[in-house]
Structures are given as C-alpha cells and as structure tokens.
Ligand binder design. Structure first.
Ligand code: AMP
Length: 129
C-alpha cells in the first residue's frame, strides 16, 4: 500500500481539499508554493501514463475543478501543472499556484509549513469547489 493510499484510507492525516469516488486531492506536505496540491487516483498505479485513457482523462477533469477552486482562493496568475513521480510510486498531478516560473522550482520547497496556515488554505480551496 502506498503512502497516498494510506492517506486516502484515513490512516495518515492530510490537509484534504477534495474527493469523489475515484480521485482525491490534498495539500503537498512540503509545498513549493502555498496551496501546492496533489491530485491522485484512488486506484494505485505508479506511473501516470500507465493509467488507461479514461482514467487519465477523468483525473485531469477532476484536477481542473480543483485548480479552478485554487485560483479563486489563492493570489496567483495561473495554476501550474507538473508530474514528477520520482518519490511516491502512486500516480499524482502537482497543482501549484504561480506568479512566475520560480514558484514551480521543486528544489525550493517550504520546509515545515505552519499547520494552521495549511489547514486554512485547504479549507479555503474546499469552500470554493
Ligand atoms: P514526486 O513523487 O516526485 O512527485 O513527489 C512526491 C510529493 O509528495 C512530494 O512533493 C512530497 O512533498 C509529497 N508528499 C510525500 N509524502 C506526503 C504526505 N504524507 N502528505 C502530503 N504530501 C506528501
């Protein structure tokens, strides 16, 4: 079971943003910028391009809804989209509010983000879904 499956199962806490029957979204614990959100399928697949076409499309449509709520909630020009998958073997899309390119530098993460601020951001996005 991946760490993301344990989060989805409620075994590990997260700052939850959104959920439907097939997908789940929560804040990245080491955000590259405030509001950095991960969108994951509930079904475990390591590599995003191993998902079947429908799942991949549906995941992007779910991410679109989340991104729209993020854009309403956080000061940003756009929501940047990235897929890395080098750390956690459970397909996921990174959504990051950005003002400029530097806001998506995965080498510069916010270490130990304030839990209260994280909670507030997650609730704010969820309220705008
Ligand atoms: P990658 O697999 O390279 O796309 O990176 C995995 C991402 O998941 C990183 O940005 C981590 O900060 C994030 N991450 C790992 N564990 C957790 C967790 N328990 N809760 C939230 N985000 C996590």
């Amino acid at each position: 079971m991946t760490i993301f499956s344990r989060i989805i199962a409620g075994e590990i806490p997260c700052y939850k943003v959104a959920e439907d029957d097939r997908f789940f979204a929560f804040l990245d614990i080491n955000p590259v910028n405030w509001g950095h959100t991960l969108v994951v399928p509930k079904e475990e697949t390591d590599y995003i391009f191993d998902l079947d076409d429908k799942s991949l499309g549906d995941m992007m449509v779910f991410a679109k809804k989340v991104a729209s709520a993020m854009k309403k909630t956080l000061p940003c020009r756009k929501i940047g989209v990235a897929v890395l998958g080098l750390e956690v073997p459970h397909a996921h899309i990174h959504l990051v509010p950005i003002q400029n390119e530097g806001d998506m530098d995965f080498r510069n993460k916010i270490a130990n983000p304030d839990p209260e601020k994280m909670k507030e951001i997650a609730a704010g996005i969820a309220a705008n879904l």
